[in-house]
Design a protein around this ligand. Sequence first.
Ligand SMILES: CSC[C@H]1O[C@H](OP(=O)(O)O)[C@H](O)[C@@H]1O
Ligand SMILES: Nc1ncnc2[nH]cnc12
Length: 319
Amino acid sequence: MRKFFSSFSSTFLKMTKKIKIGVIGGSGLYNLDHMKFIEEIHPETPWGYPSSKVIIVEDPKGFRIAFLTRHGIGHKYNPSEVPSRANIAALKHIGVEIIIAFSAVGSLQEEIKCRDFVIPDQIIDRTKGIRPSTFFEGGAAAHVTFADPFNSLLADLIYSNRKCIEEPENDGQSRPRLTVHRNKTLVCMEGPAFSTRAESKLYRSWNCDVINMSVLPEAKLAKEVEIAYQMICMSTDYDCWKQDEEVVSVENVLTNLNQNVENAKKLLAEILPDLEQALNDGKFDNLKGVMKKSCITNSNIMNEETIKKLNYILPGYFE
Ligand SMILES: CSC[C@H]1O[C@H](OP(=O)(O)O)[C@H](O)[C@@H]1O
Ligand SMILES: Nc1ncnc2[nH]cnc12
């Protein structure tokens, strides 16, 4: 049996308890500053450094989260440049078992209004193959099952807590009600330019519901490390298919997002106890070990460097 010790900077959290819940913030959601800061780490993974430091925060009920911001502090990475392998590897290495990922999306359907939330269950890949999208390379081949790219239990838990943002607050102000939609199809484009009108109409003809530039390869990489992953989309625009609406721009995306960040934080706070309970009940344990079966390469023929890298994310699987 071959054993190799990692030379990559190992991540030692000061606290003894593992952080099992990870949150990835997208455009507009750059921190969880409203929660208590515990500590921060910036580990060098075999795939480089994550987009930002991983910030460990605690909510008032004592639930802890590992947070990182997808595009880095100050939004310095465009979607094609996000170091997704490092992001997912860093979260996995510190013990994360669940990721809730937030994203700003364009709506491709009339009934998904600006500021509505969408819990997608399917993805169509329109990226251009320029983003590294697997941990398995360099003498290790794996084929992960990706028929259902998101975790349906997470989707259920999020959806069942939707009332906290759907119902108007009883504060005397007439705030518009938003809707949380589920079982929708998300198309992921390469960008960074937004779509042409013809492309936008094409995606509608494919029955896509929302569009972003970020779910891939994030969702695939989470599958490869056995993390339950669900994206929560916040609709910010009608892309460019709708005649009577303003065409998407960074300006209108950010305007709608800024009005929605509080809702994102509220929903997150509401689902945390359910996530902890599901983890304690072993509801995600079915994911453990699946990558042993998805890797087709005999580990006897894997080179040392590849095994060393894979040990960072799936320790002991390939020896
Ligand atoms: C800022 S507009 C386009 C940008 O917004 C979305 O980012 P994220 O998914 O991280 O919220 C979209 O995917 C694009 O990257
Ligand atoms: N219309 C759009 N296309 C791609 N990504 C987006 N993010 C927010 N709106 C978007």
